[in-house]
Design a protein around this ligand. Sequence first.
Ligand SMILES: Cc1cc2nc3c(=O)[nH]c(=O)nc-3n(C[C@H](O)[C@H](O)[C@H](O)COP(=O)(O)O)c2cc1C
Ligand code: SF4
Ligand code: SF4
Length: 370
Amino acid sequence: MKSFDTSLLYVLSGTGNTFRVARWIEDLFEKNGIKTRLKFIEDADWQEDFKHSGRQLTTVLFPTHGFMPPWSMIKFLFKMPLQKKAKVLSIATRGALWIGPVKIPGAAGFANFFAALVLLFKGYDIRGFFSLDMAANMNNFHPSLTLDAVNGICKKSKRKIEFFMSRVMVGKRVLFTLNNLYEGIWASLLFWLIPIFPILYLIYAKTGMAKIMFANNNCVSCGMCAKMCPNHAIEMKPFFGKKRPFWTYHCENCMRCMGYCRKKAVEAGHSWIFLLTFIMAVPVFANITTGLTIAIGRFLGINNYWLMLLVEALYYIPALFLSYWIFWMLIRIPAVNTIFSVTTLTHYFKRFHDPETRVKFLMKRKKEIL
Ligand SMILES: Cc1cc2nc3c(=O)[nH]c(=O)nc-3n(C[C@H](O)[C@H](O)[C@H](O)COP(=O)(O)O)c2cc1C
Ligand code: SF4
Ligand code: SF4
C-alpha cells in the first residue's frame, strides 16, 4: 500500500551525484505508479508545488558541504513555505573515497539533522532522512576516483536508497538506522563547533577556496562555466580582447565548473595560496600587526587582545579582497599563468563529474525537465 500518490524531488547538485540519486528515486517511484516531479531548487514554485500536499511526499536532495547542506540549500530550506503535516524526506549525498584497497565512507554529519530540524519547525511531517555515499568530488583537493570505483560505489548506493525508499513508500517513518547513528556520532563530535563551523566554512569557502580558482591557458573563452554555474558565480571579464572566467563571492565550490570544463581549464591555484599565505602574507602580516598594535596600544595607553584582533581584521579583510584582483592581473600574463598552472595540484588531477550525468541535464530548466 502506497502512503502517498505523488512525489516532488527538490534537487541541488554540483557534479551530478545528487542528480543521479534523484533519477534513481524518480525511476523507482514511477515504477510503483507514483507520479514524480524532479525540480532544481531554483525552479521551485511554492503555490504550484504544494497545491495538493496532502498525498504528496516532498524530498530535498543535496550534496554535503563541510558536514552541512550547501548554503544555497540552507537558504532554500529557510524559504520553504510553512506546511502543516506535509510529508518530507531529506537525503544528503556524501563523498566516499578509495585509498588503495580501503574504502573511506563519507560523512554528512549535521547536514540531514539540520535540514530535518528546519523543516520540523516549519510544521512538516519528517518521514525520514538518509545520507548516501557517492564518489567524493572535492576535485580541488584530490583527483577523481576511477570509473570502476565510482561505479562500485553507485551500485551499492542504488541498492541502499531503493531499500530505504521501499520502506518509506509503505508508510514507515525511517529515522533510527545504523547509518543515522553513524552520522549522529559525527554530528555530536562536531556539535561544539556548531554554529561556528558553518559560518567559518562559509567564510573559508567564499574567501579562500573560491578565490583560488582560475582558468589556465587552455581556456577557449566559451563561457560554458559561467552558464552552467548553479549560483551564477562566474563573470566573464575582458581579457586581452577575449573573455575569461572570474570567480565571484557567490561561488560555493560545488566543483561543477572544474568537473565539466571540456578543456580542463579550471584550476585551483594551490601555489598562489601557498605564496600568499606562507611567503608574502604571514611575515608582512606579522610585522604590520605587531608593530601597529604596539604603536596604537602605546598611543592609547592600552594593550589588549581585542585591539590586536581589530588591527588584524583591518589588515586581513582588505588583503583578502585585494588578493584575488592581484591574482587575476597576474594570470593575464601567459607565462605567469603557465607557472601558476603547472604548480597547482589540480593540473595533474583527473577531473570528476558523475559519469551518467551530462551537463545539459543539470542546466535544464523547469519546463524541460518535468
Ligand atoms: C566543498 C565541498 C565540501 C564537501 N564536504 C563534504 C563533507 O563534509 N562530507 C562528505 O562526506 N562529503 C563532502 N563532500 C563531497 C560531496 O558531498 C559528495 O561528493 C557529493 O555526492 C557531491 O554531490 P554532487 O555531485 O551532486 O554535487 C564535499 C564536496 C565539496 C565540493
Ligand atoms: S574555463 Fe572552460 S568552460 Fe570556462 S570559458 Fe574557459 S574553456 Fe570555457
Ligand atoms: S563557480 Fe564553479 S565551483 Fe563555484 S558555484 Fe559555480 S560551478 Fe560551482
